[in-house]
Design a protein around this ligand. Structure first.
Ligand code: MIC
Ligand code: SF4
Length: 654
């Protein structure tokens, strides 16, 4: 008998090879083996505190890297305490430690560790950057990453794979950033949960790996599980330039592979684009924003801080000066990028144009430095422009390509970079180096670690609070009612507050600060009166970051359920991990009949989650009832009944 081989797309090939539980099929929950994990310091401390609680002697992943890139400002002892904790954890549990100064996790991982065909799980929502090198790279909460390090599978529903066919070639002055902004225009920031973008078509070979990584990085803003490019000759060249040619394998979709949907994008039709305040999904042509006066330009972040990005701006700025009204900051994505642009002369062009050079770290992107002035217009090459994320609530942040950012540095206003030719500036067609200058000395590899390591715990490192098993009924109050597209930056801000990540009671004081500063006080009062808190939300609740503190801190203040019109993937998983029940309105109109402060009861919730049946919410303040959906796998039900993943794992071990 002749065996008929079903043609497969790239996503299916990799996922099936890593399948350890369930059956591959759209919508079905599968458990996959994780090859590599990454954490960054802002999510890492909590992830490792949870990993310690699991009692596993060494990471079971092929490679686990602990990066320090978010909290590097070090005002006060807190950041430095966290760094030391992470360094000692890495030595004890067999992780690679990437010291502060080595660069942003996603950029560094792409350079030094990403491998086509592998699966990477990272406690940061921009982990899909790794898709640029042909790997499945997924963002998750820290606890899920800790579970993967303990050898457990990662669970997700089999994705719906959307094929994005790229045709042609980008015109001069149009960049990879504009491609992903185009994707955001087409797909928006909501409604893409459970999908993956798989890129293909002849246009793919016109894009270098860092350009591909810019595109997969910001797929996160569409809410897809991840995005991936094939692994081809361009990938091979990139890996060779990193001295890692042996890590290359070819990985292409089979001809006739099936997709949930296919879309076509002509690269030559794309124009310079910008995401306008306050969402990465508000897309406008740069030419329509012409002449908007700009106060600040920030170059960097895990989206656009590669060698090519910075050499591009260096060429544009060479021999020219920043406009006097512009505060111009450049944060190279990694020490490797910094050293290579220094060697190739780009660094001095950038400095002499008037850039303020920031550390190779997240910095301005997360609002813990370089906050703009009141009411500022800030042009950023990063990926998120949520309200107040820059650290200045009244500022308006626009997300643009490095080319568009550099044009504004020179003119002081939003400028279509194509107009630079009229100023006598030639398009800089930067080629990738054949060999990068490489120095791995800012990594501490586990083999270098000495003997029995004592974990360093400063006063900023607190135990994660324990959650309670699911009660018979939820009897509570609507602690807050929020609109559509509430991001994790709204739920719990980062920026200057991020240094309290290892101190949950303190960090919780800033819950919903941007939306309603009274929230914390109100929630604590309800919790201490013995009632539950309930959050009511609109569409796409929990967009953005992977920070599990957006679930952990609500749990700490007594939130037991979130009822939303719809919810984003990582946040949904984080709520379950911390024993908070994610519910959705059966009829979205019921959202309108609820007010903050209403007393809600969900009778028999425990029994219904255990045995099935309709879940009815009684609004005791309004005398109404409405039905909610709970879309939970059997595993998720068990976790919720136990009160969260750690409790569930303990029960399994008993
Ligand atoms: C972000 O870009 O919002 C962050 C800060 O990198 C987060 C992680 C965090 O909150 O620690 C993310 O994207 O997951
Ligand atoms: Fe860091 Fe910004 Fe990237 Fe988040 S989006 S990892 S804060 S550079």
């Amino acid at each position: 008998m002749v065996e008929v081989k079903m043609p497969k797309n790239i996503v299916q090939k990799i996922l099936e090879e890593h399948l350890v539980e369930g059956e591959y099929g759209p919508g079905r929950e599968i458990g996959i083996h994780i090859d590599q994990t990454l954490t960054q310091d802002a999510t890492g401390t909590m992830a490792y505190l949870q990993f310690e609680a699991m009692g596993i002697p060494k990471t079971k992943a092929e490679l686990s890297v602990s990066y320090v890139d978010h909290n590097t400002v070090q005002i006060g002892f807190e950041n430095a305490d966290d760094h030391k904790y992470l360094q000692t954890i890495a030595a004890k549990y067999g992780l690679v430690y990437s010291r502060a100064g080595n660069g942003i996790c996603h950029q560094v991982h792409l350079e030094r560790f990403g491998k086509p065909g592998k699966i990477l799980l990272g406690s940061d929502s921009h982990t899909p950057t790794g898709g640029g090198i042909g790997m499945i790279a997924i963002g998750a909460g820290g606890l899920d990453v800790a579970v993967a390090m303990a050898g457990g599978p990662f669970y997700l529903s089999t994705p719906q794979v959307i094929r994005v066919n790229l045709h042609g070639k980008l015109k001069p002055w149009v960049a990879a950033k504009d491609v992903v902004l185009k994707m955001l225009e087409l797909f928006t920031t909501k409604g893409n949960v459970g999908c993956v973008f798989e890129y293909g078509g002849e246009g793919v070979k016109t894009l270098s790996v860092p350009e591909r990584a810019t595109i997969t990085n910001m797929g996160a803003e569409c809410g897809v599980t991840t995005s991936i490019f094939p692994s081809d000759e361009i990938t091979k060249e990139f890996l060779s330039s990193q001295g890692r040619g042996d890590d290359w394998i070819e990985l292409l979709a089979d001809e006739d592979a099936e997709y949930h949907k296919t879309i076509d994008i002509n690269l030559d039709e794309i124009e310079p684009l910008a995401a306008t305040p306050h969402s990465p999904g508000n897309i406008e042509k740069v030419s329509n924003l012409k002449d908007l006066e700009v106060d600040q330009v920030c170059m960097g972040s895990c989206t656009n801080s590669s060698y090519k990005d910075l050499m591009t701006i260096a060429h544009i700025l060479k021999g020219r000066k920043a406009h006097p009204n512009i505060s111009f900051v450049v944060a190279p994505g990694s020490k490797q990028v910094l050293e290579n642009i220094m060697k190739d002369g780009g660094f001095s062009d950038i400095v002499s144009a008037g850039a303020r050079i920031a550390e190779s770290a997240c910095g301005f992107c997360i609002g813990n430095s370089q906050s703009p002035k009141t009411d500022a217009v800030s042009l950023r090459t990063s990926n998120r422009n949520f309200l107040a994320r820059s650290g200045t609530k009244s500022a308006n942040a626009y997300l643009v390509s490095p080319e568009t950012a550099a044009a504004a540095v020179l003119t002081g206003r939003m400028t279509d970079p194509r107009d630079l030719e009229g100023m006598g500036i030639q398009y800089p067609d930067i080629k990738m180096p054949e060999k990068f200058y490489i120095d791995d000395s800012m990594f501490i590899f586990p083999d270098d670690a000495q003997g029995d390591v004592e974990i360093s715990r400063g006063p900023n490192i607190g135990e994660p609070p324990a959650s309670e098993p699911l009660p018979e009924k939820i009897d509570g109050k609507v602690a807050i009612k929020v609109e559509d597209k509430i991001t994790t930056d709204h739920i719990i801000p980062a920026g200057s507050k991020m240094k309290y990540r290892s101190n949950v009671p303190k960090y919780s004081e800033f819950l919903f600060e941007v939306v309603d500063p009274e929230f914390h006080h109100r929630a604590i009062e309800t919790r201490d009166s013995g009632k539950h808190n309930i959050i009511v939300a609109g569409l796409s609740y929990g967009q953005g970051s992977s920070r599990e503190h957006a679930a952990l801190c609500p749990m700490f203040v007594g939130v037991k359920a979130v009822i939303a019109k719809s919810m984003e993937r990582i946040h949904n998983a984080n709520l379950i991990n911390f024993g908070i029940v994610p519910l959705s309105f059966k009829d979205e109109k019921d959202y309108d009949g609820i007010e903050q402060g209403d007393e809600l009861e969900i009778p028999d919730i425990k029994k219904i989650i255990q045995e099935g049946g309709s879940l009815i919410v009684e609004n005791k303040s309004k005398g109404t009832k409405f039905e909610v959906d709970y879309n939970l796998s059997d595993r998720e039900k068990q976790i919720l009944l136990a009160g969260g993943t750690l409790q569930y794992m303990k029960q399994q071990g008993d």
